[in-house]
Design a protein around this ligand. Structure first.
Ligand SMILES: NC(=O)c1ccc[n+]([C@@H]2O[C@H](COP(=O)([O-])OP(=O)(O)OC[C@H]3O[C@@H](n4cnc5c(N)ncnc54)[C@H](OP(=O)(O)O)[C@@H]3O)[C@@H](O)[C@H]2O)c1
Length: 391
């Protein structure tokens, strides 16, 4: 590994979130970081490098690697030259697999931003064993999906007894909006509900369960939360699956761990409007012409402006209960989807590249691969993890 040319290669820097990730690395990475940008257009890569050079003049000589996300042999060459690959090239179901395959084969650590469960399950089925053999760590969902939830539960578990059953619920609130890339990826995932279910079922059959312990993601029902005072709506994102996988891998989550995941609103009226809105978009995504109309409305490559991002925020409240004890914790920060996401993704890559992480390989979650080390990095970078109440 030490003789590889780069610590990190970033794929997708010419897009919205990848551009923010490149900016974050230029501003915050240690001077010893050796990194490069990869993408399909040299002219676009040069424009990104010019922008970064204004932040750090040493980046003027940064190497640019022209490679298409579908070119398996070129990706294999790049994967063999770097210790960590970052990808913001989405939708991942459409573009992601060749790079995951290249990293799994070359023993190269990999991080991405996917919120697409089908992609994660298919990558486990196709590349987990190769990565275990090569020593590569394949860490999906290193953005708002799913770090605040995965590390939030990891943090909550430190404040609960875990000798017996533990239940944790996570409740997300935010005022933020999304980019074209996220919108296209979400519509794509809704369109592929059948394929998603099939990949999930096949993985479940092959993966097995932890011996003598259970870890479950429970669907939950709409209700008013007595501890938090919010109306809760079950949120069927990738996050509960990620948390459940951390629970299965980490004995510190106890013998019987259950997680449920919700969106929280202050009034029943907002909760009802949210449910109707999501159902309407999910239904629309099933119809080709409506889907194409919606995709045309929000362009890929674009996202919320800097001033919109500056006024955006998120909170994820966790209520954990075990053996008569209750703890309420919170993870919070600024704009979840882009400002905080680019920070989380960049810090995950830096953590894999430079920290003394636990020995893991194959497809692993952020809590399993990086746990406390990443949590500390994110705290130092301004995200908050705190205990609100404990009884
Ligand atoms: N889960 C989360 O928390 C979270 C948050 C933010 C984003 N995301 C996900 O991250 C992904 C990116 O979002 P975004 O808004 O940044 O999208 P975007 O602006 O559309 O950027 C997509 C990037 O992929 C590149 N790309 C596309 N096809 C390619 C190919 N064949 N070869 C090489 N590069 C290719 C684009 O390159 P060109 O410039 O050459 O077109 C661009 O750099 C989406 O899947 C989104 O859902 C997730």
């Amino acid at each position: 590994m030490a003789d590889r040319d780069f610590d990190i290669v970033l794929f997708g820097a010419t897009g919205f979130t990848g551009g923010l990730t490149a900016d974050y690395l230029a501003r915050h990475a240690p001077a010893r970081l050796r990194w490069a940008l990869a993408g399909r257009s040299l002219a676009k890569l040069e424009a990104v490098r010019d922008r970064l050079t204004a932040v750090d003049p040493r980046l003027e000589v940064m190497e640019l690697l022209v490679v298409d996300a579908a070119d398996a042999s070129a990706l294999a060459e790049v994967a063999a030259r770097t210790r960590v690959a970052i990808s913001t090239v989405g939708p991942y179901v459409a573009h992601g697999e060749p790079l995951v395959a290249a990293c799994a084969g070359a023993g190269t650590d990999y991080v991405d931003l996917t919120g697409e469960p089908e992609f994660v399950d298919r990558m486990w089925l196709a590349h987990h064993q190769t990565a275990v053999a090569s020593g590569a760590r394949l860490v999906h969902s290193c953005g708002f999906d799913s770090i605040p939830h995965d590390l939030g539960v990891f943090y909550t578990m430190k404040h609960l007894p875990s000798e017996g059953p533990v239940t944790v619920r996570g409740v997300v609130r935010s005022n933020a909006t999304f980019s074209g890339g996220t919108f296209h990826s979400a519509l794509g995932a809704m369109e592929r509900a059948r394929q998603m279910k099939a990949a999930f079922a096949e993985r479940r059959r092959k993966e097995g369960r932890p011996e003598g312990r259970s870890s479950r993601a429970a669907a939950g029902k709409p209700h008013r939360d007595k501890v938090l005072g919010y109306w809760l709506l079950p949120l069927p994102t990738i996050d509960p699956q990620v948390v459940q996988r951390s629970g299965a891998a980490l004995p510190s989550y106890g013998p019987k761990f259950t997680y449920s995941h919700y969106a929280g609103t202050k009034t029943l009226r907002y909760a009802a409007a949210g449910a109707v809105g999501v159902t309407a978009v999910a239904a629309a995504a099933q119809l080709g012409p409506v889907r194409n109309f919606l995709k045309g409305k929000v362009k890929q490559g674009e996202g919320p402006s800097e001033s919109r991002r500056r006024s955006s925020w998120f909170t994820v409240d966790f209520v954990g209960e075990a053996d008569g004890e209750l703890v309420h914790t919170r993870v919070s920060g600024g704009d979840p989807g882009y400002t905080e996401t680019s920070k989380m993704l960049a810090e995950s890559a830096l953590c894999l590249a430079f920290d003394e992480t636990p020995k893991t390989s194959g497809q692993v979650t952020t809590a399993v691969a990086m746990g406390d080390l990443l949590l500390e990095r994110l705290r130092n970078a301004g995200m908050r993890f705190e205990v609100i109440d404990q009884v």
